[in-house]
Design a protein around this ligand. Structure first.
Ligand SMILES: [Zn+2]
Length: 137
């Protein structure tokens, strides 16, 4: 069962690519992410690598967006430094993004084959954190 193809937000890909080109540095910052908020603005961030589990760029961009008052994200993409192009989210990020934004669109694929997919398609049959919280009221 497939859903209709979602258009690729090329401006968002370019925003992430620009940050990857100009702001990634050394081994600490190797990935850039860009997210489109519901109000249309674009928020960008880079990862903060650390062996103890420093956050991926996708997670930093979630916090950076919130710091700007953008709590609802509609689309996200990550781009690697050194010309690596679009990089799909890791497993942890897929879970976080699904829990935060169940309707999120994620841009994946490389080169001419980038495409937009619902985050839920990246985690079939997943655990949904919200489904297992006891109602506090
Ligand atoms: Zn990740």
């Amino acid at each position: 069962m497939s859903t209709p193809a979602r258009p690729v937000d090329r401006e968002l890909v370019e925003a992430a690519a620009e940050v990857a080109r100009t702001r990634c540095r050394g081994d600490n910052h190797t990935m850039a992410a860009a997210a489109r908020a519901r109000d249309g603005r674009i928020v960008t961030a880079v990862n903060a690598y650390h062996f103890t589990g420093g956050p991926c760029a996708e997670l930093v961009v979630v916090g950076a967006a919130a710091a700007q008052g953008a709590y609802e994200l509609e689309t996200i993409v990550a781009v690697g430094d050194r010309g690596r192009g679009v990089v799909p989210p890791c497993g942890r990020c897929r879970q976080v993004l699904l829990d935060y934004f169940p309707g999120l669109t994620v841009i994946v694929g490389d080169g001419e084959r980038v495409r937009s997919v619902p985050v839920a398609e990246l985690l079939p049959e997943t655990y949904v954190w919200a489904d297992h919280q006891l109602d506090a009221e």
